[in-house]
Structures are given as structure tokens and as C-alpha cells.
Design a protein around this ligand. Structure first.
Ligand code: NDP
Length: 490
């Protein structure tokens, strides 16, 4: 039984700088999404405190020996960190579930183990990625060597607070950098515990710092002269602001994991309609659609459309809307009442524009707050409509039908996003043609969503982002390349 009392969870409501808890800053109230109770507050860091955190990280980078430690030793410390995270699963999972949209069964079985295993994955990269020896004149040696940047600024969103943070922090630290992380002010606490455990594991104090605050703190961090690289996950709009800040403060390299409006293409030849219905449903109801790669546009071939939509709608009914600290909860609350209201407004507007509401389209009744939104299906839609064109970040599936492969590809194409896509078909040749033609950073065939293979990178095309999280790419993006040419002719 995983249920717990949310009022009994100890909240580490502080910054974490140089290996210790640091107070300071005007309090920002933090709300529990499940019941809209203001349960804690977080200090909003001043400009000076951001300065202090970054300078501290810079000193740790220069003086702690982390960057120069043998890669094998860095890997050992990181693996100890991963072990401690697993041992601390109850504390971390409760901390994550109490204040975020993640149900306790998900944090215990997925978020925390996924975070630990991702750290192990990057620990193993520490001694496996080096430079190259470059062919050149016989009496010269040409080579590239790689080195950490220094201090990486990481700005994380609220939808998977620990997992998203670990995707940024783990490759940066494994690569020898120090990190200053700013979590979302809506979900600020679990990453503080993550940072405490890093120090317990033997990662030097000051290598992993957490600074709390609002968007202005994120901007100050991105612009700080001692920050050498920035990694960000969040909305496309804020991503552009972060990129501007990086361009204006030293043309810093930046990794951006942004929004999406991902299509799921289903063809008449699917073998098991129930299985596909569950997959499609999972792709839009996981975390109540508050996922950058949510499969929010279903494009279905006419022959199976009616049956599939019926099946998806009945799978939606299985979702259990309970507070995230209840054992049986499966449907996540929307992060805030304001966001739930925004989702509802988009759905209503799209219906006014001519869409048909097949199911959902309202809050779930009978819960402690109105922040649970019913999984929703909209049909008779097109790309001109708000719900089809713009990221909703809620459990809203827009359905369009097609007859031919060409039509499917035409519908799949989005004017600005290109994050991910799903293809469901029994025809391998067709699947490969789709993979080649879809304008998306990730294409899943006969599945939807990430696996435990951390080696597969993730990141979008077009307005969905720049660079990759996960995979070798994320490690390499945290080291810079130095070219060396040695003349030994004399
Ligand atoms: P934002 O993109 O605004 O925020 C993400 C992070 O960036 C937060 O830590 C935020 O801090 C910080 N931030 C905000 N403004 C700035 C700035 N000018 N410079 C640097 N950092 C900044 O997302 P929201 O959390 O407001 O969510 C809004 C929408 O974004 C969602 O509805 C969804 O569409 C999309 N989103 C996409 C995500 C993804 O995975 N791609 C994840 C989360 C949201 P603070 O919390 O204080 O604003």
C-alpha cells in the first residue's frame, strides 16, 4: 500500500548552495495540484543569491578536483548517488507526489528508478567518450581533446520534476561540469533532496546546486557571465527567451527541449485494435497529457476510425482520479486550477469553431478540487482550430481521418512543431516510409513513448527545440572540443 498522508511529508524548502541548505528570498506559496491546498512556500532568490550560487559552483569546478578526477572515479561517485536515490525511494517518491502531478504508484515505480538508472547511464559515459586522433602530416600529430564547459545552468519544468532535472544534471556532472539548477517554482522541492544525496554520495559540495525562484531567476541564471552553457525544458515561448538571453550574454551554447503537437498515425492493417487503443490512450492520458511528447493528434485511416475511437473512449473510463498520494490514483491532476481552466477554455472554443465533442470536455466531478480534467476526444477538427494547432498540455485528443498514406503525411505535418510521432501499422515497408517522411525528432513504430533505453536521444525539430536530451548526444553536448596540432619535425 503506497498511500501516505501529505501533511506528514518533510519539505526541504530552501536553496542548496555549496552543499548546504541556504535560506533567503521572498516566499512564494506552493500549491498541491491534487487538492489546491497551499502546503509550503519557496524562497525567491535575489539577483545576489543567484550570483552567490553561480560563483560557488565556479569555485567548486575550479577547486574541488571534480573535473580533473579520473573519469572512472567520477563514475563511481555517480553510481553511489544512483544507489542512494534507490534506497531513498520512499522519501523521494512522496516528496515528488505530494506537490506535483505524479501519482505515488508512478513515482515509486517509474520516476525515481528512472532517475537513478539515468544517472548510472551517464556515469558510464564518463570514461567512454574522448577525442580523436586526426590524420595529418607525418611529422605532426593532430587531435581533439574534450573538456567540461565549467558551470552549466539548467532550467527545469514542473511536469516530471525529478526526471527532467536528472536528464540535465546527470550528463553535465558526469562530463565534469558543475551545475546550478532552477526547478519550476510550482514543483521546487524534490530536486533539493536529489542534490543532498549527491553530496552524500561523494560528489563534491558545490558541484550540484539548486536555486529556487521564478522565471526572472531563470533569466538571471542564463545571463550570468560564469554560466558557460544552458539547458532548458519548457514552453517554446520561454525557450526563445532563454535562447535570446544566451545570445546576449556571451553566445552560450544552449539545449532546448520545447513544445510539441505530436501525431499518432493508425492504419487499417493494425492487428489488435484493443492494444492500439490502449497505446493511443496512454500517449495522451499519461500525466494527463502534461508531457511534451503527448500524442495529442490521432490520425486514423477511415476503415478503423469508428471502432478505434469507441475503444479509446472506453479505455479513458478506466482512469482513476484521486489525489496523487492515494495508492490507486492513475489520472494526474492538472498542475493548477488556472491551467485546468485554460484547457477547458481551449476545448470549448474549439467546439464553438465547429469541432464535435466525442467524450470528456469538463472537469472530473467528485474529487477534492476541480483540477482533474476528463480525458477528452474532439472529432471533426482541422489544423486551423486552436486545439489542433497549439499545445494544450492536457488530456485532449484531436482526431482526424484519412484514406491514403499521402493524406496521412499531409495531416501529420505541423506548421511549427516537430517533436515526435507514432506510427501504428503491421506493414513494415509503410512504417519505414513514414519514418523517413515524418518531420519529427523521434518516431515510435508500434509503440508510443520512451523506453528504459537511455541511449536513445530525445529532442525536437523546428520550434520543438535544439539539441538532444539523453543518449550520447547529451553527454557530448556537455563537453567542448579543443583541437591540438603538434609539430614534432624538429
Ligand atoms: P515555462 O516554459 O514558462 O517554464 C519552464 C521553466 O522556465 C520554469 O522553471 C520557469 O520558471 C522558467 N522560466 C520562465 N520564464 C523564464 C525566462 N524568461 N528565462 C528563464 N527561465 C524562465 O513553462 P510553464 O511551466 O509556465 O508552462 C507553460 C506551458 O509550457 C505549458 O502549458 C506547456 O505547454 C509548456 N511546457 C512544456 C514542457 C515540455 O516538457 N516541453 C514542460 C513544461 C511546460 P517559473 O516556473 O518560475 O515560470
Amino acid at each position: 500500500m503506497l498511500s501516505f498522508n501529505p501533511d506528514e511529508v518533510r519539505i526541504p524548502n530552501n536553496h542548496f548552495i555549496g552543499g548546504i541548505a541556504v535560506e533567503g528570498g521572498e516566499a512564494i506559496d506552493v500549491m498541491r495540484p491534487s487538492d489546491a491546498v497551499l502546503y509550503a512556500s519557496v524562497p525567491n532568490a535575489s539577483h545576489d543569491l543567484v550570483d552567490q550560487a553561480v560563483e560557488n559552483a565556479w569555485r567548486a569546478f575550479k577547486e574541488s578536483g571534480w573535473a580533473n578526477r579520473s573519469p572512472r572515479d567520477r563514475a563511481k561517485a555517480m553510481k553511489r548517488w544512483a544507489n542512494l536515490i534507490e534506497q531513498d525511494v520512499t522519501t523521494l517518491a512522496q516528496l515528488e507526489s505530494v506537490g506535483s502531478t505524479r501519482p505515488i504508484s508512478a513515482t515509486v515505480n517509474w520516476d525515481i528508478p528512472f532517475c537513478a538508472e539515468g544517472i548510472r547511464f551517464y556515469a558510464e559515459y564518463a570514461d567512454k567518450c574522448g577525442g580523436d586522433v586526426i590524420p595529418t602530416q607525418d611529422d605532426h600529430l593532430g587531435m581533439t581533446i574534450t573538456e567540461p564547459f565549467g558551470v552549466v545552468g539548467a532550467i527545469a519544468p514542473w511536469n516530471f520534476p525529478l526526471v527532467m532535472a536528472s536528464w540535465k544534471v546527470a550528463p553535465a556532472i558526469a562530463a565534469g561540469n558543475a551545475v546550478v539548477l532552477k526547478p519550476s517554482e510550482m514543483t521546487p522541492f524534490s530536486v533539493v533532496r536529489l542534490a543532498e544525496l549527491a553530496v552524500e554520495a561523494g560528489i563534491p559540495p558545490g558541484i550540484f546546486n539548486v536555486i529556487q525562484g521564478d522565471g526572472l531567476v531563470g533569466d538571471t541564471l542564463a545571463r550570468h557571465p560564469l554560466i558557460s552553457k544552458v539547458t532548458f525544458t519548457g514552453s517554446t515561448r520561454t525557450g526563445a527567451l532563454v535562447m535570446t538571453a544566451c545570445a546576449q550574454s556571451g553566445t552560450k551554447p544552449v539545449t532546448l527541449e520545447l513544445g510539441g503537437k505530436s501525431p499518432q498515425l493508425v492504419f487499417n492493417d493494425i492487428k489488435d485494435i484493443d492494444k492500439v487503443a490502449r497505446r493511443i490512450s496512454g500517449a495522451i492520458t499519461t500525466n494527463s497529457g502534461q508531457v511534451c511528447v503527448a500524442g495529442s493528434r490521432l490520425l486514423v485511416q477511415a476503415g478503423v476510425a469508428e471502432q478505434l475511437i469507441e475503444r479509446i473512449s472506453s479505455v479513458f473510463e478506466e482512469q482513476v482520479a484521486q489525489s496523487t498520494w492515494e495508492n490507486n490514483a492513475t489520472l494526474s491532476p492538472i498542475i493548477s486550477l488556472k491551467e485546468a481552466d485554460r484547457i477547458d477554455t481551449v476545448v470549448r472554443k474549439t467546439v464553438e469553431e465547429g469541432a464535435s465533442l466525442f467524450t470528456g470536455g469538463c472537469m472530473v466531478g467528485g474529487t477534492d478540487s476541480s483540477a482533474f480534467y476528463k480525458p477528452t476526444i474532439l472529432t471533426n477538427v482541422n489544423m486551423e482550430m486552436d486545439a489542433v494547432r497549439n499545445e494544450i498540455f492536457g488530456p485532449v485528443l484531436c482526431v482526424e481521418t484519412f484514406e491514403t498514406d499521402e493524406e496521412a503525411l499531409q495531416l501529420a505535418s505541423h506548421p511549427s512543431y516537430g517533436l515526435s510521432a507514432g506510427v501504428h501499422t503491421a506493414d513494415l515497408n509503410r512504417a519505414m516510409r513514414m519514418v523517413k517522411s515524418l518531420d519529427a525528432g523521434t518516431v515510435w513504430v508500434n509503440r508510443y513513448g520512451r523506453s528504459w533505453d537511455f541511449a536513445i536521444p530525445t529532442g525536437g525539430f523546428k520550434s520543438s527545440g535544439i539539441g538532444k536530451d539523453l543518449g550520447r548526444q547529451a553527454y557530448e553536448a556537455n563537453r567542448r572540443t579543443k583541437s591540438v596540432l603538434i609539430d614534432f619535425s624538429e
